[in-house]
Write a protein that binds this ligand. Structure first.
Ligand code: ITT
Length: 198
């Protein structure tokens, strides 16, 4: 099945293509000549995910899906959440975002063992030919590391310690290991399972 992934994030694309496997041909907006920024003005992950998928569906009429992901840190009241991409200011500067996150946690007094608990949450929206949106979500529980470690993955992976791999950040596990337990892996597998069931 040929399907558009409404993303400009190459890390997300690589992961999605691997999770979906050879039954799916995953196409990007860029490869269809759609180069503008896709609007993302909602106030929840679901609204943003729906907005991105609808934007591409309206432009192309082709089956498409979008992913919106946020990192929720308990000690920061769930921040950065939907603002994860621009936590340190406008743009997608992962290094600046991680630096701000670690500095914000350092400033806080509470240091009990649960202090650094966090999770990635993804909402995927799928739109098929009839235009109806279908939602799939995935969560990856873990904690924020004291410092960055590892070179794999993207975004906040070097500072995220998933419960599934004690002692390693998501940037220190293989892509296969990340996909097996990640927020996006779970949401996209749920979507693929549903697609195979209809
Ligand atoms: P698109 O909207 O084009 O898909 P984006 O990077 O803007 O790409 P989001 O709006 O979902 O994606 O932003 C979420 C941010 O959270 C993203 O920029 C990353 O910094 C981070 N993020 C998302 N998924 C992640 C993952 O699997 N590991 C680490 N960080 C991730």
């Amino acid at each position: 099945m040929r399907i558009i992934f409404a993303t400009a994030n190459s890390g997300k694309l690589r992961e999605a293509a691997e999770v979906l496997g050879p039954d799916f041909e995953v196409v990007t907006p860029l490869s269809l000549g759609i180069t503008e920024d896709i609007p993302e003005t909602g106030s929840t992950l679901q609204e943003n995910s729906l907005q991105k998928a609808q934007y591409l569906f309206e432009r192309t009429g082709l089956p498409c899906f979008a992913d919106d992901t946020g990192l929720e840190v308990d000690a920061l009241g769930g921040a950065p959440g939907i603002y994860s991409a621009r936590y340190a200011g406008p743009g997608h500067d992962h290094e600046a975002n991680m630096k701000k996150l670690l500095a914000d946690l350092e400033k806080l007094p509470a240091k009990d063992p649960e202090f650094r608990r966090a999770r990635f949450r993804t909402v995927v929206t799928l739109i098929l030919a009839d235009g109806t949106p279908h939602f799939f979500d995935g969560v990856c529980e873990g904690a924020i590391a004291q410092a960055k470690r590892g070179t794999g993955g993207f975004g906040y992976d070097p500072v995220f310690l998933p419960d599934a791999y004690p002692g390693r950040t998501l940037a220190e596990v293989s892509e296969e290991e990340k996909n097996a337990v990640s927020h996006r892996g779970r949401a996209i597998r749920a979507m693929a399972g549903w697609l195979k069931s209809i």
